[in-house]
Design a binder for this molecule. Structure first.
Ligand code: 2HA
Ligand code: ZN
Length: 271
């Protein structure tokens, strides 16, 4: 059996959490990541018949029975993941009842998965219906995206349009736009259900005055989505109080989307 601490998926979690912390997106215990693993890959590192503990999830994830995820721990700090992955991360499998997590590795101090597991697993279910290759769901509190929530209307067409205007590449990176939820109580099944509903349509969902969710095939794709929104939000926050002299026109966004061959939300433009 190979050493799990050298597994590429543990490395990816360590690096991503460190990057998100470094960028100031994940203060204290803010943020969480879940990453759907390939069984064959996990079996190189763990005896998957050895269940360390079972932990009830409190919701039904029947569509994910038998699937294995690496997930950040509740109350754990992204800052600390790289130095102690076995305490701050856990590898769990959804048990045959669909409502229990079987812990295969991690949460060494007796801890458990993120309080946002409902939003994560429900989002995995929703995204995999649209894209069977989806593997990553990521939640974060990026500074400028959050700042923008306080000064910009929380309307998904208007929010997406403003972001698209802020950097030329935005419409190419997230042509499907950004879904927006109003402020809701976090850590609940209801915010999980609302997020998953948006994930049927979007890979990015803003949680009003809280943060953002991203979903993608790989860690890089998902991180890059949030990073691009955050960059656009930063430009917005640096310029929103100044007279606007220039802008990227809607006709130019169409040119971009067509040149790069992306399927974009035409209804989010004012054509
Ligand atoms: O896990 O970010 O939304 C801490 C959070 C909750
Ligand atoms: Zn949060």
């Amino acid at each position: 059996m190979k050493n799990i601490l050298n597994a590429p998926f543990v490395e990816e979690m360590k690096k991503t959490c460190a990057n998100m912390y470094r960028l100031g997106w994940d203060e204290r215990n803010g943020g969480n990541i879940s990453y759907l693993l390939k069984k064959e890959e996990v079996e190189e590192y763990l005896d998957t018949t050895n269940v360390l503990r079972t932990i009830p999830t409190g919701f039904d994830a029947t569509a994910l029975i038998g699937e294995i995820f690496i997930v950040t721990g509740t109350g754990k700090y992204f800052k600390n993941v790289a130095e102690d992955p076995e305490t701050n991360l856990g590898i769990l499998r959804i048990a045959q009842d669909g409502t229990t997590a079987e812990l295969l590795w991690g949460y060494k101090d007796g801890g458990k998965f993120t309080s946002e597991l409902p939003a994560h697993l429900m989002s995995h279910i929703a995204r995999r219906k649209v894209d069977p290759e989806n593997r990553v769901v990521m939640h974060s509190h990026p500074t400028y995206t959050l700042a923008m929530n306080y000064v910009h209307e929380l309307d998904e067409k208007k929010f997406t349009h403003t972001l698209w205007e802020m950097c030329t590449e935005c419409i190419v990176v997230f042509p499907d736009g950004v879904g927006v939820l109003p402020w809701m109580l976090c850590g609940t099944n209801s915010i999980g259900e609302a997020t998953a509903k948006k994930m049927e349509e979007f890979r990015l969902v803003v949680w009003g005055m809280h943060g953002i969710y991203g979903a993608g095939k790989t860690m890089d794709e998902t991180f890059g989505l949030i990073e691009t929104v955050e960059k656009a939000a930063q430009i917005y926050m640096l310029t929103a109080h100044l007279p606007r002299v220039n802008t990227i026109k809607d006709s130019e966004m169409v040119e971009l989307a067509e040149f790069f061959g992306v399927k974009y939300r035409k209804d989010f433009l004012n054509l």
